[in-house]
Design a protein around this ligand. Sequence first.
Ligand SMILES: NC(=O)c1nn(CC2CCNCC2)c2c1CCc1cnc(N=C3C=CCC=C3)nc1-2
Length: 288
Amino acid sequence: MGTTADDFEFGRILGEGSYSTVMLAKHKTTQQEYAIKILDKGHLKRFEKLPTALAEKNTLVRLGAGHPGIVRLHWAFQDEWSLYFVLDLARNGELQTRISRMGSLSLACGRWYAAQIVDALGYMHSKGVIHRDLKPENLLLDDAYRIKITDFGTGKILDSGGERTKTFVGTAQYVSPELLEDSETSKSSDFWALGCIIYQMIAGRFAFQGLSEYLTWQKIKQLDYSFPEGFDEQAKDLVQKLLVRDPAQRLGAGPPGSGFDMQALRAHPFFGSINWATLWTDPVPPLE
Ligand SMILES: NC(=O)c1nn(CC2CCNCC2)c2c1CCc1cnc(N=C3C=CCC=C3)nc1-2
């Protein structure tokens, strides 16, 4: 008999989505703690979201145990009422919470997290997966405060061409212009979100924020943003190379048809002091 819900003691609720509840859980025999995402089958069927749930599982399976910066799926099982995805627990919650609490992160910390996101994105994209809703709420922090990208419910496995997929609109402040012009997402949509996240970690506020979602979208389409006084020059150069309207021109997008070129991102001077080989084993710089 495979793993079942009875093998776990369930704890507090970590998060709730429209079709899922994520709970803290401890495996009874190993005492290991996990985050278990529980999806109600009735709900999924009624809203025809079963394919989405299975796509998320396939995305997680494809990503496997492959990268320290991506939440790993340990088991998936079901009972009469629900689907269960047993995932890594990221004990220290959302990066968003730390940015809100600190106002903004220190440059060293912002740089470190940006490098971890770039590294994890490189792995994800190498597996033909785009996230499409990257934002600080989905960037969790593990016991050692390392980044863990989560919530692939909006992720997409690109077809064999590895280039384009149909439209999905992410969260207003991080959504890319091509998504708003109803064209197609590509790996480059994640690079746009990366630019917004780097800006936010260092500036302590959104790059694009209107008084309504519609006005935010207008600002994005018009590339209407500016840097606060004292914003690090190298970080500014990197953000300016990511917040580019044409997806193919964004740093990391690589020559057309190549899919992406993470080396171009890694080689940016902003990451000059990063040792990519020890990025996941060295301690994270102090937050303030
Ligand atoms: N949707 C998910 O897949 C998911 N949702 N959560 C909790 C959300 C709370 C709101 N912001 C986004 C994440 C998780 C996961 C994956 C797996 C996962 C692993 N660890 C945690 N840990 C948390 C610890 C403290 C507070 C919130 C989450 N959370 C999750």
